[in-house]
Design a binder for this molecule. Sequence first.
Ligand code: R5P
Length: 285
Amino acid sequence: MRIFIPLPGNETLAADLARLSSSALGTLETRHFPDGESYIRLTDDVTGKDVDFVCTLARPDDQILQLIFAAKTARELGAKTVRLIAPYLAYMRQDKRFQEGESISSTHFAKLLSDCFDSLITIDPHLHRIADLGEIFTIPTKVKHAAPLLADWIRDNVENALVVGPDSESQQWVEAVAERAGAQRLVLNKNRLGDHEVEILVPDLSDYAGLAPVLVDDIISSGRTMIETAEALIARGFPRPYILTVHALFTGSTYWQLNQLAKDIISTDAVPHETSRIGIAELLL
Ligand code: R5P
């Protein structure tokens, strides 16, 4: 018997998963002690059950301890399996030591999760220099892709779309999305100069005149990548672009800034946000 248990903030997705799979929906009691430490209590009997903790990791530093305590407690209480459903998997971008002494946090985070869970399912983790999650996780991992969902949204909502990827890392996205949407495609080049500074290199775009730009990326965090890309296209005479992403992290004033430039902003609910118009629950079943 399977039971889905949401970490705080993941109640809607856990309820959808339980409903769609006719499984049980559990609850986790959480609070902080006066000194700020976490209190965790499983309120359901998990003995002999397949326990799925649902936790999108958009705020990993705030979430990881509760997640570890919950997973380890489920094991102690006799769960048959303990799986992590993390639509957004954090800490995948620091996959290399760029400067001496830097922590390659992707490997440490993967090790931490591998120690606590029997398996993991996620959506479009940021895989760049790491080709496969199996390179850093020691547990079975399953990766699902939202590209078909983004493509279908474009096909149903945008005429004469030009699917634009801001950097070479987005090439995989752009190809898959544009192919299914039956749209033209363009991949730009990006130099990242710092956490909040990027430079987008744009070639001659005269062949694409008259098309409606749809910017697609796996993650929007500081938004600098999308802001620079949108500004570059608008400066070259294109209309305000649609902006689509899988993981809407939107730190600080990112969403507000993007709204000044975009015709529309659409994300999946892998990270719930007011732009979430594409549901991913069925991908996780
Ligand atoms: C990295 O290459 C990713 O695909 C995104 O382009 C990047 O994480 C976006 O970050 P930001 O919104 O901070 O520019």
